[in-house]
Design a protein around this ligand. Structure first.
Ligand SMILES: [Zn+2]
Length: 273
């Protein structure tokens, strides 16, 4: 039953991923936020990010297969977790679980920036000098495996239903695709979104090479955590949006091989404030 529900949510996730990506590519062509480079450069940029994504998906899939072989044991522990003992109605269990996962993702993301051994992997996502929809797919395999590990551990330890992890991925997908999309969003919509959510403009400030801006807006879905902990940055530098990391600006760090070896081969430096 649980496995069937998880499979259904995963299929929905992939359909939304493909449909949403194609839709956003259309919007990027029609309403670009920043001036785009020529088609060949954009294709190379997109193909590199997608190439890394394919390797990352393969690694995560191997990790998932290992997880699925332990499913009966994981269900056993999950059924003894704190939340499952409360006997909450399903809808409240879902809301509470999603809130906890969103809060912990804020903490984990801020640790990715603060702990050097995590930053070397997360920097691959930040080293993209031109944000577009393909940046949503740019994650080092080790970062993705760390993500799989903390989500799985938290779900089981807290006694959340095991299908909550794919459900969360489905819920946050539209916003996370929009976070990196090169689309001009009207100010009125942007202002409304950021009251509750980490809007696309807020997340783009997080992709700035300026240290004070990179170290802000850690939330992935709700903006309340950044408001609560004083890490919200609502206005970027006045000289306009700039993305990437200066110390990973060379072309060699933008290929699939370059991104894969970044954690071990790059010289890591703090950026300018
Ligand atoms: Zn980050």
């Amino acid at each position: 039953m649980t496995a069937n529900l998880e499979d259904t949510i995963r299929i929905l996730h992939y359909c939304l991923l493909v449909g949403g990506t194609l839709f956003i590519v259309g919007l990027e062509n029609r309403y670009p936020l920043t001036e785009t480079s020529d088609l060949k450069s954009r294709m190379n940029h997109g193909l590199s990010n997608l190439g890394l994504w394919l390797i990352t998906v393969l690694c995560v899939d191997i990790g998932l297969q290992a997880y699925l072989t332990q499913l009966p044991t994981l269900v056993h522990f999950s059924e003894r977790g704190f939340l499952s003992g409360l006997g909450l109605p399903t809808v409240w269990l879902i809301v509470l679980s999603l809130l906890i996962l969103d809060f912990v993702s804020y903490i984990v993301h801020s640790l990715m920036h603060k702990l050097p051994w995590l930053w070397i992997f997360h920097s691959v996502h930040h080293s993209d000098p031109s944000l577009d929809i393909s940046t949503s797919f740019r994650f080092h395999p080790v970062e993705a495996l760390i993500g799989l590990l903390w989500v799985t551990t938290l779900v089981i330890a807290m006694g959340m239903p095991l299908w909550i992890a794919p459900l969360r991925a489905l819920v946050i997908l539209p916003l996370s695709l929009m976070h990196h999309a090169n689309i001009a969003i009207p100010d009125s919509i942007e202002r409304m979104l950021r009251l509750v959510l980490v809007s696309p403009a807020l997340h783009k400030i997080h992709h700035s090479p300026r240290q004070s801006e990179t170290d802000s807006n850690y939330g992935l879905f709700l903006s309340i955590w950044d408001r609560m902990f004083g890490t919200l940055c609502q206005v970027g530098a006045s000289d306009g949006p700039r993305y990437g990391l200066d110390f990973l600006g060379e072309k060699k760090w933008q290929s699939v091989w370059g991104m894969l070896r970044t954690p071990w081969s790059a010289q890591f430096k703090r950026a300018q404030a």
